[in-house]
Each structure stands twice: as structure tokens, then as C-alpha cells.
Design a protein around this ligand. Structure first.
Ligand SMILES: CC(C)[C@H](C(=O)O)[C@@H](O)C(=O)O
Ligand code: SF4
Length: 467
């Protein structure tokens, strides 16, 4: 029987299979940030060890950083201490890291691909659930816990049970005004926020093939929001073209040789998956979430669903979610007044997202009552946006470009949505309090966010922008 893409990459990295179904897996690239590394560094120190393969480790502080005045010392004491100890830990262990203000700085899942660290066929881990983003390159990439971070520091290996495999095929062409974010929100709304549990997903089909690398990253980023361990896409010419010429990617003939290997990374025609789903891209509309998990999504043109068909605790949590959001079943999503718009995060903080948002709002004005936080995912995205004049277009429309970081995605810094306020957010989680205590988050793609920013309410970007 043929092998799946996942099996090919996984099997090539198994150092040893242990009794009980777990394997010692070799890790090619380890990304670290300031939130989940301190305890691991401490554990290492207590054992008298140093990081085994510092050259395969890359660090950046992203969660706690302010998104304004990054040239000044960080005002908040706890964040400042965390950034200081992150720098010390990286320096003591000879780890390359990109501090605040450095041209390479940004959200860990944005800078890795952008600099060419992330490559097809690799195993990649980080103490962060959205490590799944890197699966867009055909890598087996997944989030790990702090004790596992310590394991990788010490040995460049990790103990892992092999997940089951799932293929999600999206056939056909998507309609105008439908973004990669809409595709993944649609998929999660269909299979639910727990539908991928225990699996590693491969995304396939024409609608996935048609995506740019940045769009593929958006899809893989959110693969974990249906409970999966990760998501991946077979590398193809789009992938090779993206990786080519990036600073940390193989160069010259080494690159050509690497492409030869990467071309073997696909699921064999007779490979079998434990679970398969198939969707049609033509059924996908611009999406928005109405509840408090990423599976609670509908087309922007739809109504708030009812709890028909739900029972027991599902019904209770559905009701609780609507109460938290202040929504009632049967109300249209269109026209709901919003207060905040957040463009950014490792889901939608890349240059194509800023281009799309800027092109949409060009020549229009931000609705006066809306507070908009536009936060590039990295210094490079920020620089590129400025080089392309997007900052001017945005400024003319009443928007300000902030500085890179995770920002309001999880509000670990000062960018918190006030209690009770409605936020249309391009990030990946709409849990209670995620964007600040009491904040009400509606997840969407950059076009729905742009439409909300200029109209001040939930609107169909195809109508607003004539797409
Ligand atoms: C802080 C970190 C551990 C966390 C994660 O693992 O995903 C964060 O990035 C998030 O998005 O919630
Ligand atoms: S941007 Fe959001 S999802 Fe991504 S790593 Fe930061 S906090 Fe997590």
C-alpha cells in the first residue's frame, strides 16, 4: 500500500519506535518564543545541560510585545522581564534570536517561513499550538508543551505517538470574495471544533492547489482549531518558488537537489487515510463566527443558527455561547454593529492580507465609531507594506499601521478589547475572553474585516466592494 505525505515525512524522522506506540522523532527545526520557553530553559539549567543543537533553534519574542513605540524600553514590567530573560537564555545557549526592533523580528510562525527556515519535508516543533502553520510547506509541524520544549532542547528529539491521518479535499474553484480564511472557517464549521481530534490533516484538491503560500499558511494555521494535531499540504511549484532565494533556504545547486527530494513529498494514489472529507469550493461564502469556538461559523449572509439537533451539554454550551455574544437565533449576521477590527496574527498578518485589506478600503473611510488595530505579523511585513505605500492608503482611509506582534489575538500585551465590545478579528480563536476579559470576538478573513471597518457593522465584502 502507498504512503501518505504525512507518513513519508514522519517515517523519515523516526529514530526509534518504542513499545506502546510512541516514537522518538528527530526534529529539524525548533522555534521558540518568550512564553513557553522559560521553564524549559530553567529545567535544562537545573540538569547542567545546554541546548544540544542551537543552530536548529530559532527564537523571537512575540506574545508580550507592545505594538507601538517599540524603540522605547517595554513599559510593562512583567513583559520587560520576560523579554530580558528570553534574550539571556538565547545568548547563553548560542541560539539565534530576533529581538524587538530587529528587521527579522515578528510572530514566530511568520518569520520562520519568511526567512526560509521552514522547508518542505521537515519536522518542526514549537511550544505553540499554531506551529501547524508550517505544514503549508509539506512539513510535519506541530505544537508541543513546555516539558517537550525541554526534551527538544536536550536531545533534538521528541517522544510522540503517531496520530491518525485525515484528508480534507476541497474541489473546484472558489468564488470571488472568498479568502483562504473563509475556506478554513467553512471546513471547521462543517466538521466542528473537535472533528479533527487525534488526526493529522492533509489538505488537498483544486481549491487548495490554487492557494498562494501565504493562503496555504492561513489554512494550515487553523487546522488545529478542529482539534487536529496539525495540517499539511503537499509541496508543489508554488512552494518551491516561495522558498527559492530565501536567506536560510538551500542555495544554488543545493536548492535544485532539495527540490528533487521535495518532489517526492505527496500522498501516493493508493495511500489510505483513516478519515476523509470532501467539500466543494463553490459552496463557500465569506464567513464569520457567531459563537465562542471557531467551529461556530456561518456565511456572513446567514442568520444566527438555532440549537435544533443539539442535545445535552452541546445544547447548553450553544446557549451559553449565544448569551456571551449577546446574539439570538434567527437574527441576521448582516448589519450587526461592531466596535473593533483587528487585522493581524499568525493567521492573517502577512503581506497579502495587508494588500487585500488596503486595496478594499482604498478611497473609503473607516467608520468613525470603529477602533481598528492593523498589526503586521513581522518587521518584514511592516517594511514591505510601507515600501508598497500601503501605509499611505490606510492612513488616507483613517487607519494606522502598528508594529509587529501577537497583539489582540490573545491580548497578552496592552491591546485588549474592552468587555462587552464586538471585535471582528482575523485571528484564529474566539474563546470567551480571548481578546480581553468579556470581549466578544467574531472571526473572519481580511475582506470581511475591511467591510466591517468601513461600514461599522457586519457586511458582505462582495456588496461593499463590488467584488
Ligand atoms: C501562548 C501560547 C502557548 C499559545 C498557543 O499555544 O497557541 C498562544 O500562541 C495562542 O495562540 O493561544
Ligand atoms: S498570533 Fe495569536 S495564535 Fe499566533 S502565536 Fe500569537 S497568540 Fe498564538
Amino acid at each position: 500500500m502507498g504512503k501518505t505525505l504525512f507518513d513519508k515525512v514522519w517515517d523519515a524522522h523516526v529514530v526509534r519506535e518504542l513499545d506502546g506506540g510512541r516514537s522518538v522523532l528527530y526534529i529539524d527545526r525548533h522555534y521558540i518564543h518568550e512564553v513557553t520557553s522559560p521553564v524549559a530553559f530553567l529545567g535544562l539549567k537545573n540538569r547542567g545541560l545546554k541546548v544540544a543543537r542551537p543552530a536548529q533553534t530559532t527564537g523571537t519574542p512575540d506574545h508580550n510585545v507592545p505594538t507601538v513605540d517599540q524603540h522605547l524600553p517595554v513599559a510593562e514590567e512583567q513583559s520587560r522581564n520576560q523579554l530580558d530573560s528570553f534574550r539571556r537564555n538565547c545568548e547563553e545557549n548560542g541560539i539565534e534570536y530576533f529581538p524587538l526592533g530587529n528587521p527579522g523580528h515578528g510572530i514566530v510562525h511568520i518569520i520562520g517561513p519568511e526567512q526560509g527556515f521552514t522547508q518542505p519535508g521537515m519536522t518542526i516543533v514549537c511550544g505553540d499550538s499554531h506551529t501547524s502553520t508550517h505544514g503549508a510547506f509539506g512539513a510535519v509541524a506541530f505544537g508541543i508543551g513546555t516539558s517537550e520544549v525541554e526534551m527538544v532542547f536536550a536531545s533534538q528529539c521528541i517522544l510522540q505517538p503517531k496520530p491518525k491521518t485525515m484528508r480534507i479535499t476541497v474541489n473546484g474553484k472558489r468564488k470571488a470574495g472568498v479568502t483562504a480564511k473563509d475556506i478554513i472557517l467553512y471546513v471547521i464549521s462543517k466538521i466542528s471544533a473537535s472533528g479533527g481530534t487525534g488526526h493529522f490533516i492533509e489538505f488537498a484538491g483544486e481549491a487548495i492547489r490554487d492557494l498562494s503560500m501565504e493562503e496555504r499558511m492561513t489554512v494550515c494555521n487553523m487546522s488545529i482549531e478542529c482539534g487536529a494535531r496539525g495540517g499539511m499540504i503537499a509541496p508543489d511549484q508554488t512552494t518551491f518558488d516561495y522558498v527559492k532565494g530565501r536567506k536560510r533556504a538551500p542555495q544554488g545547486t543545493d536548492f535544485d537537489k532539495a527540490v528533487g527530494r521535495w518532489k517526492q513529498l505527496y500522498s501516493d494514489p493508493d495511500a489510505r487515510f483513516d478519515t476523509e472529507y470532501t467539500f466543494d469550493a463553490a459552496d463557500i461564502e465569506p464567513m464569520i463566527t457567531f459563537g465562542t469556538n471557531p467551529g461556530m461559523g456561518v456565511a456572513v449572509t446567514a442568520e444566527v443558527p438555532s440549537d435544533t439537533g443539539l442535545s445535552g451539554s452541546d445544547r447548553v454550551s450553544f446557549g451559553k455561547a449565544l448569551d456571551y455574544m449577546g446574539f439570538r437565533s434567527g437574527e441576521p449576521m448582516l448589519g450587526k454593529k461592531i466596535d473593533y477590527v483587528f487585522l493581524g496574527s499568525c493567521t492573517n498578518g502577512r503581506i497579502e492580507d495587508f494588500r487585500q485589506f488596503a486595496a478594499a478600503v482604498k478611497g473609503r473611510k473607516k467608520a468613525p465609531h470603529v477602533t481598528a488595530w492593523l498589526v503586521p505579523g513581522s518587521k518584514q511585513v511592516e517594511a514591505q507594506a510601507k515600501a508598497e505605500g500601503l501605509d499611505k492608503i490606510l492612513a488616507d482611509a483613517g487607519f494606522v499601521l502598528r508594529q509587529p506582534g501577537c497583539s489582540a489575538c490573545l491580548a497578552m500585551n496592552a491591546d485588549k478589547i474592552p468587555a462587552g465590545k464586538y471585535s471582528v478579528s482575523t485571528s484564529n480563536r474566539n474563546f470567551e475572553g480571548r481578546q480581553g476579559p468579556g470581549a466578544r470576538t467574531m472571526l473572519a478573513g481580511p475582506l470581511v474585516a475591511a467591510a466591517a471597518a468601513v461600514t461599522g457593522c457586519i457586511a458582505d465584502p462582495r456588496e461593499v466592494f463590488g467584488l
